[in-house]
Design a protein around this ligand. Structure first.
Ligand code: BTN
Length: 264
């Protein structure tokens, strides 16, 4: 398939029925296959689509990850992106990611009966392995202090699939240690139910206490992967703006983006 090509599925599906009572989502575009649901949702948002349009793909061939990386998107996963138009200052856009992380963690716990952890800033872990990645991409307008739109993309590994050798110790899936089948529509609906509730209080970030409780980094020694060279530090807190507070050579430092690695 060429990049940008997509196949539309019929409407009135089981997923649409599961999302019917969701107050935030008014339109669901179900695709059998696409390159990236974030790419599709950004195109729709730039063309004027309103908040509450959800793009869901059965298969994703060129998933985008943070820091310009690609996102491993095996068949049997959940790939979806929601268009948002929050009235928050652009520098607070990271709150959409932290809010989504708590929502996904709660939804997975509820539907799958497990205890998820959050690795700053946007990874969801189960049993020491990443099962979900979140990528919020903002469309900025020079005339406004608010982002024009934010596309919130969520990818969850659900079914067991073969994982490339280099990802084997890092990437897991929700069905890894179970014999029953997780209903993807039910999990998708649970994610957006939790998110819709938390999103109402986005700017006050009341969910940050839960984010900290679920953090797999607090109190741990981590390696900060920095352009000027990696260094070791201890994570002491995550502040209300979602920044990581680290202790580096006795000094407290705030990290607002970037990557840290930890042995889980
Ligand atoms: C990361 O872990 O680096 C973030 C990954 C985000 C992946 C999701 S899958 C659905 C949506 N479409 C994309 O192309 N990316 C996001």
């Amino acid at each position: 398939m060429e990049n940008g090509c997509e196949l539309q599925k019929e409407t009135g599906s089981e997923l649409v029925l599961c999302l019917e009572s969701n107050a935030l989502i008014h339109t669901v575009r179900e695709l059998a296959e696409t390159d990236s649901t974030n790419r599709v949702a950004k195109e729709l948002a730039a063309g004027g689509a309103s908040e509450g349009v959800l793009v869901v793909a059965e298969q994703q061939r060129n998933g985008r990850g943070r820091l310009g990386r690609s996102f491993f998107s095996p068949d049997g996963g959940i790939y979806m992106s929601l268009i948002l138009r929050p009235r928050i200052p652009a520098e607070k856009a990271v709150l959409v990611t932290t809010c989504a992380a708590v929502a996904v963690a709660r939804a997975i716990d509820r539907v799958c009966g497990c205890r998820t952890g959050i690795k700053w800033v946007n990874d969801i872990f189960v049993d020491g392995k990443k099962v979900c990645g979140i990528l919020a991409e903002a469309g900025l307008s020079p005339e406004s202090e608010h982002p024009d739109y934010i596309v919130l993309g969520i990818g969850i590994n659900v079914r067991k699939q073969s994982v490339p050798e280099e990802l084997k110790d890092i990437v897991g899936c929700l069905e890894e240690n179970r014999t029953d089948t997780i209903k993807k529509e039910v999990l998708i609906a649970a994610v957006w139910e939790e998110f819709s509730e938390l999103y109402q209080n986005l700017s006050t970030a009341v969910y940050m206490d839960e984010y900290r409780e679920r953090s797999v980094l607090l109190g741990r020694e981590v390696t900060v992967l920095a352009p000027e060279g990696n260094y070791k530090a201890v994570v002491t807190d995550i502040d209300q703006e979602g920044r990581l507070v680290i202790l580096r050579e006795g000094k407290s430092v705030l990290l607002s983006s970037g990557e840290v690695s930890v042995r889980l």
